[in-house]
Design a protein around this ligand. Structure first.
Ligand code: ADE
Ligand code: ZN
Length: 323
């Protein structure tokens, strides 16, 4: 497909090719027992195992240079998919443990790696991890506040949505907002429509990571449509993790038809054996998405991107059909 793509929801560590992680483990003599299947893919059977394997894989990413190399590998993967702009979730917890000085070095390594690839534009969303708790989230928010700027443009939260409430993290989100950062949080992936309401009401985010379980509450669907709160939908991730049994039962098309602004991303593509092109192919296959819809969804993503006006204009121009 020749339409350029914009991806708003990609975890940098979750996008690590398994071979890249295995290579680092070998270099460092780290035993990653239990992380891989015999065929070399990541090994997990449910969301909690996914989180454990994800964190185990992260143990071989020990310094800024590793994250610089990871950024190159991930962006090269995205370029191959026709992605011209990507927002990556970056976690200070995996980059120096929340220390601001250390984080700065990791961030510079990723920013420098991205600057070497002119085919793609990258922005970072600093992400706290919900199951690490609200106190640890504050250290991520401080890193975000101290490095907010051209590259770090957003703040968000991933991790286990069933731990605590969205509102437990309001202090960190308020700090990030005051630093001028744009906000998103994972909600309505596992925690139901109530979690999406919490995200909107208690964290005042302008985008929602996943948000798909909003479909179960018609008033919430109306609210998202009325306030044009953008969903970062990752259908392949939802199906791989069992949020929905199959593509046919995924609500992305029903949400779109009801006027909710939806975008399409891959979340952690090698974990879920997906690519962004494959996501669009399957949306075409199951829901009849054709070029016009795909272009419109990417225009929605460009308008919702956490970037400056000049970059947005450039993205919107790239999305105009050739005349
Ligand atoms: N971190 C990486 N992928 C995630 C997901 N799908 N949900 C929550 N946290 C994550
Ligand atoms: Zn995610």
């Amino acid at each position: 497909m020749s339409i350029p793509k914009i991806e708003l929801h990609l975890h940098i560590e979750g996008a690590a090719p398994p071979a890249f992680i295995r290579g680092l483990a070998q270099e460092k003599g780290t035993n990653l027992e239990g992380v891989f299947n015999k065929d070399g893919s990541y090994r997990f059977e449910n969301f909690n195992q996914f989180l454990s394997v994800y964190e185990a894989a992260c143990t071989v990413l020990t310094g800024p240079d590793d994250f610089g190399r990871l950024t190159t590998a991930v962006l090269e993967q995205s370029i191959e998919q026709g992605v011209i702009y990507t927002e990556a979730f970056l976690s200070p917890d995996f980059c120096g443990g929340g220390d601001v000085g250390a984080w700065r070095e990791y961030m510079h390594a990723m920013q420098e790696a991205a600057a070497k690839l002119p085919q793609i534009e990258m922005r970072g969303i600093i992400t706290c991890i919900r199951h690490f708790g609200p106190d640890q989230a504050k250290t991520a928010a401080i890193c975000a506040r101290e490095t907010a700027g051209e590259f770090i443009t957003g703040f968000g939260m991933g991790g286990d949505e069933m731990q605590g409430t969205q509102g437990d993290f309001a202090y960190s989100f308020d700090m990030a907002r005051e630093a001028g950062l744009r906000l998103t949080t994972h909600a309505g992936e596992w925690g139901g429509a109530e979690s999406v309401w919490q995200a909107v009401r208690d964290l005042k985010v302008e985008r929602i990571g996943h948000g798909v379980q909003a479909i179960d509450d018609p008033a919430l669907v109306d609210h998202l449509a009325e306030h044009q709160i953008v969903l970062e939908v990752c259908p392949g991730s939802n199906v791989a993790l069992g949020v929905y049994a199959d593509w046919r039962s995924h609500p992305i098309e029903r949400l779109r038809e009801r006027g909710v602004p939806v975008t399409v991303s891959t979340d952690d593509p090698p974990f879920f054996h997906t690519t962004l092109s494959e996501e669009y192919d399957l949306l075409g296959h199951h829901f009849g998405w054709e070029e016009e819809t795909i272009r419109a969804v990417n225009v929605t993503a460009a308008n919702a991107a956490f970037c400056d006006a000049a970059t947005r204009d450039k993205l919107l121009k790239a999305l105009e059909p050739a005349s």
